[in-house]
Every structure is written in C-alpha cells, then in structure tokens.
Design a protein around this ligand. Structure first.
Ligand code: ADP
Ligand code: MG
Length: 362
C-alpha cells in the first residue's frame, strides 16, 4: 500500500495573485524515490507542504491508497517532513533528539521507543553517538540525526526539502549515497525537493520537473535526459547545457533544412516529415554537447574556440560560430587548449526540435 496521489493540486497566495503551483498530478508508488526539481520559486516547497498538510490546497486532492487525506491535519498524515535547516535541539542528546517525535506524538511503551531509536541509530551509523550532544557531531552526522528523527516515526513516506543545501559539496555527494542506501533498505517512499538537476538525476527513480508552478515532465532520469518534453526541460537538465539554436525552416533542392546564423543543417528524414508544414517558420534546434564532433581539419562548419573547461575524464569545449555560442564535450585532452578554430559536425539524428513556444516537435 501507501501509494500517494496528487490530483489537480493548486495553491495560491495573496488572494490568488501568486500562483505557487497549479494542476499538479503526481503518483508516488510504495518505496519509490521521487524528486521534485526546478528553479527557485517554481513551486516545489509549496507542493511538498501541501502533501505534508502544512498548506491547504485551493483545489485538487491528495490521497493515500485511495483515501482522501486533503482535509487531515499534518500530524495525522503519517508522513515525516525533513526540513532544509537541520534544527536539532542543542541541549538534548542525540538519543533524545531522535526520540523527540515519538515522545510528542505517540504513546508507545518506553521499551518500544528505545528499540526504534536504537534500530534507527544502527541503520544510520550513529550508535556510538547516541549520548553525545549535537554540537559534538560533524555536519554529516547532524544531518543523519535529523533523518533519524523522521525514521523513528516509521512514516508512510519521507518528505525532504533541500536537506543537503547547507552542506559542502563533498559531504553532499556522500549524503546522497547514504540517503539512497537508507531508502533502499527501508523501502519507504521519499519525495525529495531540490533545485539541483544533478542531485535530481542521481537520486530519483522518478523525476518531476517543475517550472512556474506547473509540472513540465515526469519520467525516469534517462527519459528526462534523452527525451525532454519541451524546451524548458531540455535546457534545465544536463551540464554543460544543451545547445538551443534558433533556425528558420527552409525548403532546399535536397528536401528540408534548418538555417541558423552559422550553418544550414540538413533535416533528417524524420525531422523533415514533421517540418513540412513549418517551412518559413522559426524553430529551436536542440542538441547535447556530446553530439557535436570536433575535428581540426574538416567538418560541416567552422567555429572559433573560446574556452576548454576540463571536467575530469572529459572536456567541455566552448565555441562561437557566427555570433552563436555552442558547447561540445570531448574526451580529455582531445582538443588542445590553445587551438583557435575547429571544424564541427552535428550528429543530426540526435537533435530535438521545438516550436518557438517551447513545444517539442520531434
Ligand atoms: P520553490 O520551493 O520551488 O523555490 P515555493 O513553493 O517556495 O518555490 O514558492 C513558489 C511561489 O510561491 C514563489 O513565487 C513564492 O514567492 C510564492 N510563495 C511561497 N510561499 C508563499 C507564502 N507563504 N506567501 C506568499 N507567497 C508565497
Ligand atoms: Mg523551496
């Protein structure tokens, strides 16, 4: 059980003048790791707070296993919320911090409470730290204590709002793996909010991309990466960002082509079919950096090399062609950093096409 469903959830503020989220439809299966991702202000926290019962939606419903919980108080929802800031009680031991919710919200026997606290501490590697004060712990341990407080409640799902945003980069990477391992072990659903697309990709079984209060796409990390539903998703996911180039659809002797400021790109057969009705119109040509091939001596067009940015095993190569900035990704060291000009080929069958309003064409 424990399948959570949001149906048409809308929440506004300031007498309806601020639409924080609207028409949100999401299903979270038992044990699923769902990540809500999108830029700051897109409605992630509000959506999560509606699920938690900390906000009352203007419209729509939230159900758990078909039972409507939209009207239930937060404490009656059996969902555990882990906040952005850690907020442990500094004067209490780790043990008391973890037990706090059990003391406040349940009438379990003290034996049962002790069992739960010790089990959770064991899972989180905190057994040795139970009698210490939070100030004696590292940042990562403190974050685990705050997770432990949620875990002892044995909730139907965990709701986490940017829980790692205060941690430094190395610790954040470590905590991601920890949380993913814990979630696998507990097999409890997690709804995890982040503005960081990389964090979303590494954590989510299912990713919900939001923008301006609306869900843009729901899919696995691979679906979101390979088949973005619209221009927004294409531009938001992936680093370096994909190339998104304005082109005019033209009819040529050979068929259909896409004319940009720097190169007229022949359309593939599949693309040409969909572009027949759009001759003369502007479309957006989207192509990931890894699908630009760079050569020193020959290629479809020439570009100036601006910056080579080492990423580790690969380099991001930033180019400009006819005033348009482009990015490519190459194996480490393939393009020397002092190169002035390169020839570029496009793997055209990997391209996406969007209408000017961002709608995916093909
Ligand atoms: P995110 O978590 O994605 O950054 P939020 O859900 O916090 O986005 O906010 C979505 C929008 O709703 C923003 O424009 C924000 O300013 C607005 N908002 C959120 N909470 C309130 C509130 N309590 N009162 C007024 N506006 C709010
Ligand atoms: Mg937020």
């Amino acid at each position: 059980g424990n399948r959570i469903r949001l149906d048409g959830v809308r929440k506004t503020f300031n007498e309806g003048s601020v639409v924080a989220c609207d028409d949100v439809n999401i299903e979270i299966d038992e044990g699923e790791f769902v990540v809500l991702v999108g830029p700051s202000g897109c409605g992630k926290t509000t959506t999560l707070r509606c699920i938690a019962g900390l906000e009352e939606p203007d419209r729509g419903s939230i159900t758990v296993d078909g039972e409507d919980i939209t009207g239930l108080k937060s404490k009656d929802r059996n969902l555990a919320f882990v906040f952005q800031s850690i907020a442990l009680f500094p004067h209490m031991s780790v043990r008391k911090n973890i037990r706090f919710g059990l003391d406040m919200n349940t009438d379990l026997s003290s034996e049962e409470k002790r069992r739960r606290v010790e089990d959770v501490a064991e899972t989180l590697g905190l057994s040795e730290a139970l009698d210490r004060k939070p100030s004696a712990l590292s940042g990562g341990q403190q974050q685990r204590v705050s997770l432990g407080r949620a875990m002892v409640m044995e909730p139907a799902a965990f709701l986490l709002d940017e829980p790692f945003s205060a941690l430094d980069a190395n610790l954040r990477d470590h905590m991601r793996v920890e949380v993913k391992k814990i979630q696998r072990e507990l097999h409890t659903a997690m709804i995890f909010v982040t503005h960081d697309q990389e964090e979303a990709m590494t954590l989510g079984d299912k990713i919900v991309v939001m923008n301006n209060g609306y869900v843009q796409q729901i899919g696995t990390p691979y679906e979101i990466y390979n088949e973005p539903a619209n221009r927004f998703v294409a531009g938001f996911i992936g680093s370096p960002s994909p190339n998104l180039v304005e082109c005019t659809v033209e009819r040529t002797a050979d068929g259909i082509a896409l004319a940009s400021d720097f190169y007229t790109i022949p359309a593939t057969e599949t693309q040409a079919e969909r572009l027949e009705s759009l001759v003369g119109e502007t479309v957006i040509y989207g192509i990931r950096p890894e699908y630009l091939d760079l050569q020193i001596d020959r290629g479809a067009f020439v570009a100036d090399l601006d910056v080579v940015e080492p990423l580790g095993d690969r380099d991001a190569v930033h180019l400009s062609a006819g005033g348009t900035d482009l990015s490519a990704v190459t194996p480490q060291g393939e393009i020397a950093r002092d190169t002035d000009r390169v020839h570029v080929d496009i793997q055209t069958e990997e391209a996406w096409l969007f209408e000017e309003d961002g709608t995916r064409i093909v």
